[in-house]
Design a protein around this ligand. Structure first.
Ligand code: DC
Length: 231
C-alpha cells in the first residue's frame, strides 16, 4: 500500500482554483504526491492548445477561426504528480507552452467557448478515470468542470506577493512588468463570458500572502483528509 491510504478508500476529487502566482501548481502537485492522488494542470492544457494554434498559424484575433479548429489537436496529459507531462499530437510541449509568446496569447484562446468545451471534456474524463482520486488545478474547476468535487479550494494572494513569486520563477524578471502582465491576464480570465475565473460558493478560500508554501500544502492536506474521513 502506498502513502498509507486504505485500498478501499473512495476516490477523492479536489478542485484548486485561483489566479496565477498564488502557489496553485506547487501546492496541487505536492498535495497529490503526499496523498497518492493523480494531478492535472488544466492551465497546461489551455497553453498546449494555444501553442498548437500559434504553431499552425491560426489567427488568434478571430474567435471563429479558433473555434473551427478547436477539436483538431490531440492533447494528452500525464497525471503523475512527480512527473506531469503534456503532449500535443505526440509532441512534448512542456517547455514551449511556458514561453512568453504562449503566455501572452492563452487568455484569448481560452476565452473561446468551443475551446473550453473541448478541454473541459478532457478534464472530466481524466478525473473520472483517476482510481484513487485527483487534484485538478485551474480557474473554473470548482464552478464548472467538477462542480461536485469533494473539496474546493480557492487560493488568493496580494498582487505584490504574486508578482514577486512569478519574477522569482522567471529568474529575476522585472517585478513591475510582471505585476502588470499578471493583473492584465487575471482581468481577462475573470471577465470572459464563458466560465471565468471565480470562487465557487462552497470553496474554502485560503489567502497565501503571508504563508509559506509548506504551510499552504499542510492546510490543504488537512482539508482533504477531513473530507476523506467524512466520506
Ligand atoms: O495556470 P496557468 O497560468 O498556466 O494558466 C494559463 C491560462 O489558461 C490562464 O491565463 C487562463 C487559462 N485557464 C483557464 O482559462 N481555465 C483553467 N481552468 C485553467 C487555465
Amino acid at each position: 500500500m502506498e502513502n498509507g491510504a486504505a485500498p478501499t478508500a473512495k476516490p477523492v476529487i479536489v478542485a484548486i482554483d485561483g489566479p496565477s502566482g498564488t502557489g496553485k501548481s506547487s501546492t496541487s502537485k505536492a498535495v497529490a504526491a503526499q496523498l497518492g492522488l493523480s494531478y492535472l494542470d488544466t492551465g497546461a492544457q489551455y497553453r498546449a492548445i494555444t501553442w498548437w494554434m500559434v504553431h499552425n498559424g491560426i489567427d488568434l484575433a478571430d474567435p471563429t477561426a479558433v473555434a473551427a479548429v478547436a477539436g483538431k489537436p490531440e492533447i494528452v496529459s500525464g497525471t503523475d504528480p512527480s512527473a506531469p507531462t503534456i503532449t500535443v499530437d505526440g509532441v512534448d510541449v512542456a517547455a514551449p507552452i511556458r514561453t512568453q509568446e504562449v503566455t501572452s496569447r492563452v487568455s484569448a484562446v481560452s476565452a473561446v467557448p468551443e475551446v473550453r468545451t473541448r478541454i473541459t471534456e478532457l478534464q472530466r474524463s481524466l478525473a473520472a478515470g483517476a482510481e484513487r482520486g485527483i487534484v485538478v488545478e485551474g480557474r473554473d474547476i470548482g464552478t464548472t468542470v467538477l462542480p461536485d468535487a469533494d473539496l474546493k479550494v480557492f487560493l488568493t494572494a496580494s498582487p505584490e506577493a504574486r508578482a514577486a513569486r512569478r519574477s522569482g520563477e522567471l529568474k529575476g524578471a522585472d517585478l513591475h512588468a510582471t505585476r502588470e502582465a499578471l493583473v492584465k491576464r487575471d482581468a481577462a480570465d475573470s471577465s470572459r463570458k464563458t466560465s471565468p475565473l471565480a470562487k465557487a460558493d462552497d470553496a474554502v478560500e485560503v489567502d497565501t500572502t503571508e504563508l509559506t508554501l509548506a504551510q499552504v500544502i499542510e492546510c490543504v492536506v488537512t482539508l482533504v483528509e477531513e473530507k476523506r474521513a467524512a466520506k
